[in-house]
Ligand binder design. Structure first.
Ligand SMILES: [Zn+2]
Ligand SMILES: [Zn+2]
Length: 192
């Protein structure tokens, strides 16, 4: 009996430790807003799954009316609304094809590709200003913003995904995360 109990205990402890381990991996949740093309969502999901273990997609929702101020969707406001619905151990990526803006110095409505809380649980990206190889550029925007949510700041190493775009389309010069950014993300369960 003692032996069986011991074996049971071992199984129980093993079970607990493996559950704990897999629970440590956050889930990246893709939240498309109405109008964001399904093909874009699929592309982002499939490519994210190559470099991150847990990715899910939620049903489309409308952009919150409260975030629409002076004819613009305020990115900082979108982050606040996403955060309300953010569960534990998840990071939400809001995805829209509408223009999103934020305050930049004296300019109150600066159009952007994406915005995130750093570190944080939410980010938002927009395809509105992305031209050319849209799929590739959207994906790079998503992983750039996710990098911020993981706590990465802008990176000065040329070609790194975490480079500061400063409002320009630099995507073709950005191939991957630099080694420093890569190693940081690998410690956070990224498979880079
Ligand atoms: Zn950035
Ligand atoms: Zn870097």
């Amino acid at each position: 009996m003692k032996k069986i109990l011991c074996i049971l205990m071992v199984i129980l402890i093993y079970g607990m430790s493996t559950t704990k381990k897999s629970d440590n991996v956050k889930t990246i949740v893709l939240q498309p807003y109405f109008g964001f093309p399904k093909t874009y969502v699929e592309y982002v999901k499939n490519n994210l799954l190559l470099i991150y273990p847990k990715v899910i997609v939620l049903k489309d929702i409308p952009l919150p009316k409260q975030a629409f101020v002076n004819n613009r969707n305020r990115a900082d406001s979108l982050l606040k609304y996403l955060e309300i619905n953010c569960l534990n151990n998840t990071t939400i990526v809001g995805m829209t094809n509408k223009d999103i803006t934020t305050q930049n110095g004296k300019i109150s409505d600066w159009g952007i590709f994406g915005l995130s809380n750093m570190p944080g649980k939410v980010c938002v990206i927009s395809s509105f200003r992305i031209k050319g190889n849209v799929l590739d550029k959207i994906f790079k925007t998503v992983i750039h913003e996710l990098g911020h949510t993981e706590g990465l700041n802008h990176c000065s190493i040329p070609g790194c995904i975490m480079s500061d775009a400063k409002g320009k389309d630099n995507f073709n010069n950005e191939d991957n995360f630099c080694n420093k950014c890569k190693n940081y993300l690998i410690k956070r369960n990224w498979k880079l």
